[in-house]
Design a protein around this ligand. Structure first.
Ligand code: ADP
Length: 363
């Protein structure tokens, strides 16, 4: 186990296609035993970051340390980290058992009998004992994924690196494997960095998530903190599904926000001091749909998706589509008008130029 630290880590690709800053001045510490998720849209630099930690990609600038010791000049095999890839990368001609033992065998120092015992114990932990003698082609996607995990676990690494490990599995298996990975993490307590573009996966699995955009780290926080208190508009919109609704609003002296000339919500005036306009963000679950003629303003129902337990209602708010997560009993018809109420305390506010969150000064 180990504390992993990245300090000012930058990766520049400079090739025939041009110069690309894939990771820009990234600093983050993953505590001993922590499960951290690197999350962000495709191309934001997550895999590059993971590959630099693993030693598969040289660092252009910055330092990577494990328990305080710089590792960025060490070869991957000298780093005591194990990586699991999206495509499993199993050897097709080897059985599950041979695939799992391979790394141990090549690292040396582990006798045949101990290798066998470690592989079998790990297989039991992962519930793949009965496919140990099968080749990858004979295994299901979930079993292949478990063998790939097992191959990493048997090495007893100090850091576990997982790059979108569940993305090739179907939705049901993915959610099963999520829980299983969490259980394994609780059992083994290995410092883990998990890369995913799926915010829901990151929200459900991470002790802390690190949100990246365009090579830059945006926010590192517990999932609930990042969701409830995003540092900027990007993080606010990235976390949550349906996504946070955002509109540009005009600020009145008493904290009234107007959209398209109509009142929208009222916020504490000290939150918007000095601003003529702000970007207002509202989460779908914070919008209240009321009877027509009540609430702060009226809006036309564009569509509704009944989900069983909830009802997603899409409203036209000053030419913006607003997603609402309504109780299942609220089922307005398409093209009708409903009243809308947005509690001021639930409105997120962002600087219209920089996107930075305007925090409540009374917090
Ligand atoms: P993510 O994992 O978040 O999808 P990546 O780390 O794979 O993002 O990529 C980050 C950026 O670096 C992207 O713009 C990508 O095109 C670029 N990139 C990744 N690998 C290379 C490479 N080997 N050569 C040049 N550019 C690369």
């Amino acid at each position: 186990m180990a504390t992993l630290s990245l300090e000012g880590v930058t990766k520049v690709y400079d090739d025939a296609q041009g110069r690309e800053v894939a990771v820009d001045d990234l600093s983050i510490t993953v505590d001993d035993g922590e499960f951290a998720c690197l999350v962000g849209p495709s191309g934001c630099g997550k895999s590059t970051t993971l590959r630099m930690i693993a030693g598969l990609e040289p660092v252009t600038e910055g330092t990577i340390t494990l328990d305080g010791d710089p590792v960025q000049r060490l070869a991957p095999s000298e780093r005591d980290v194990a990586m699991v890839f999206q495509n499993y990368a199993l050897y097709p001609k080897m059985t599950g058992r041979q695939n799992m033992a391979y790394g141990l065998k090549h690292a040396g120092g582990v006798g045949r009998e101990e290798r066998r015992r470690t592989v079998e114990e790990t297989a039991a932990l992962l519930d793949i004992t009965d496919v140990l003698d099968d080749r990858p082609a004979e295994m299901s996607g979930g079993q292949k994924q478990r063998v790939a995990l097992g191959r990493a676990i048997v090495r007893d690494p100090t850091v576990f690196l997982l790059d979108e490990p569940l993305s090739n599995l179907d939705a049901k298996l993915r959610s099963e494997m999520r829980r299983e990975l969490q259980r394994i993490h609780e059992d083994l307590g290995i410092t883990t960095v998990y890369v995913t573009h799926d915010q829901k996966e990151a929200m459900t699995m991470a002790d802390r998530l690190a949100v990246m955009d365009d090579g830059r780290l945006q926010q590192v926080d517990a999932p609930e903190t990042a969701y409830r208190d995003p540092v900027n508009r990007f993080v606010g919109e990235f976390l949550g599904s349906p996504a946070m609704n955002t509109v540009t609003a005009t600020v009145g002296g008493d904290g009234t926000l107007s959209v398209g000339g109509h009142p929208f919500a009222s916020v504490a005036p000290d939150r918007v001091t000095g601003y003529d306009t702000v970007v207002a963000g509202v989460r779908p679950e914070d919008v209240v749909i009321a009877d027509a003629g009540t609430g702060t303003f009226g809006a036309t129902v564009i569509d509704a998706e009944y989900q069983g337990d909830t009802n997603f209602v899409f409203l036209d708010v000053a030419d913006h589509q607003f997603a609402v997560r309504a109780p299942r009993t609220v089922r307005p018809d398409r093209d009708t008008t409903v009243g809308v109420q947005i509690p001021g305390a639930d409105v997120y506010l962002f600087d219209p130029d920089t996107g930075a969150a305007l925090h409540r000064s009374t917090d």
